[in-house]
Write a protein that binds this ligand. Structure first.
Ligand code: NAP
Length: 293
């Protein structure tokens, strides 16, 4: 039987409706909506699109959002100053630093400037470090990995004791997903570009998370029968049949993987909508943690 599809759009819609209600209550009791401040450096079109999507999502659920957009040649001091301005702005509860930054800007130094209480993207080195340490709690966990975990939870299958394989070890997806799965008591293998026998390793997994950035890279015959497959990939590929001339596909060959798996997420409509939703949820959480004025 083909896998059940884990519909990220539906889950995101449900969670966003809850966030909307909670944001309205927050505004009624505190007099202002939870606020997200975005720092965008440069004119990368994909980054600008992500920032627009986040602003629209904030509007949909009744969060306030604003952006500080700096030119591509902004100095280190200017980027850090933009972050610090949001740190001290009482109307802003969460800060999103849109990555990547231009290569002349020291990303780690800017991330270190973000107030831990406002690190709603969970990418401050202290938060990522705490995620990996026993007995420590990050103030926030990164949006995409948190969305991945929420999709796995939707299946109702217990994570504890399962074998999980995460393909990809980036700071924003692969590494934190692997840490979160470990914290949920899965036994986790992290794969990357130097992994030998990737198909054989993936074949042992009850849970597969693909975060590679290569279209349809993971094949159906790599997937163990009955596995849960979460596809983080978001790759644009040429498509003449589409009016835009391209379409988005994941890192997993969907149809062949669906034939093997028990549960699978789609691209688009899987992890993508969850990422934005988790950012909204973290912004609300940050606002609630602030003492009333
Ligand atoms: P990334 O920083 O480029 O990392 C890719 C990872 O894949 C690296 O760890 C790399 O290994 C590994 N890899 C590359 N080729 C491989 C191969 N042949 N075999 C095994 N591993 C290989 O990418 P990312 O930022 O994590 O993003 C991954 C994908 O998720 C992209 O498609 C991105 O667009 C998507 N994404 C989606 C969302 C969303 O909200 N839907 C959010 C973030 C990212 P090495 O470390 O050895 O180089």
């Amino acid at each position: 039987m083909p896998a059940k599809i884990i519909d990220g759009r539906l889950v995101a819609e449900r969670l966003q409706a809850e966030i909307k209600g909670a944001a309205a209550e927050y505004k009624a009791s505190r007099g202002a909506a939870p606020g997200l401040g975005v720092v965008l450096v440069g004119d990368d079109s994909a980054s600008a699109m992500y920032v627009r999507m986040k602003r629209r999502a904030c509007e949909r659920v009744g969060l306030r959002s604003e952006a500080r957009i700096l030119p591509a040649d902004a100095t280190q001091a200017q980027v850090e100053a933009a972050v610090r301005a949001y740190n001290s702005d009482p109307a802003i509860h969460g800060i999103l630093l849109q990555l990547p930054l231009p290569s002349h800007v020291d990303e780690e130094a800017v991330l270190n400037e973000i107030s831990l209480a406002k690190d709603v993207d969970g990418i401050h080195p202290m938060n990522l470090g705490r995620l990996g340490m026993r007995g420590r709690e990050p103030t926030f966990t990164p949006a995409t990995p948190t969305g991945v975990m929420a999709l796995i939870k939707e299946t109702g299958v217990a994570i504890e004791g399962k074998r999980a394989v995460v393909i990809g070890r980036s700071n924003i997806v692969g590494l934190p997903v692997a840490l979160m799965l470990t914290n949920a008591n899965a036994t986790v293998t992290i794969c990357h570009s130097r992994t030998r026998d990737l198909p054989g390793t993936v074949k042992q997994a009850d849970i597969v998370v693909a975060a590679v950035g290569r279209p349809e890279f993971v094949k159906g015959d790599w997937i163990k029968a009955g596995a849960i497959v979460i596809d983080v990939g978001s790759n644009s590929v040429p498509d003449r049949a589409n009016e835009k001339g391209y379409r988005y596909v994941g890192d997993v060959e969907f149809e062949s993987a669906r034939a093997q798996a028990a549960y699978i997420s789609k691209v688009p409509g899987g992890v993508g909508p969850m990422t934005i939703t988790m950012l909204l949820a973290n912004t609300l959480k940050a606002a609630r943690a602030f003492p009333p004025a």
